[in-house]
Ligand binder design. Structure first.
Ligand code: ZN
Length: 76
């Protein structure tokens, strides 16, 4: 386990695991910005850029992106 040259994986598109009633919340940011949504993106994360509601959802999305930026193996 000496090698640390992990390459970025293909960006995942699994569920974000947050129940939100707003339809576009947590969707991959492929299209134009939905109303009231903010972009959450972390370059080093395996989590793709996503739209979230401004506020708690965006905070959640940021945390999720940070968790998924951790080396594989530390992720649960
Ligand atoms: Zn939301």
């Amino acid at each position: 386990m000496g090698k640390t040259n992990r390459t970025p994986e293909a960006r995942e598109s699994r569920p974000v695991g947050r129940a939100c009633l707003v339809e576009a919340c947590g969707t991959a940011a492929a299209g134009p910005r939905p109303a009231r949504m903010v972009l959450v993106e972390l370059a080093s994360s395996r989590e793709p850029a996503r739209w979230y509601c401004a506020g708690p959802c965006a905070v959640y999305g940021q945390a999720l992106a940070e968790v998924r930026a951790l080396p594989v193996g530390g992720e649960r």
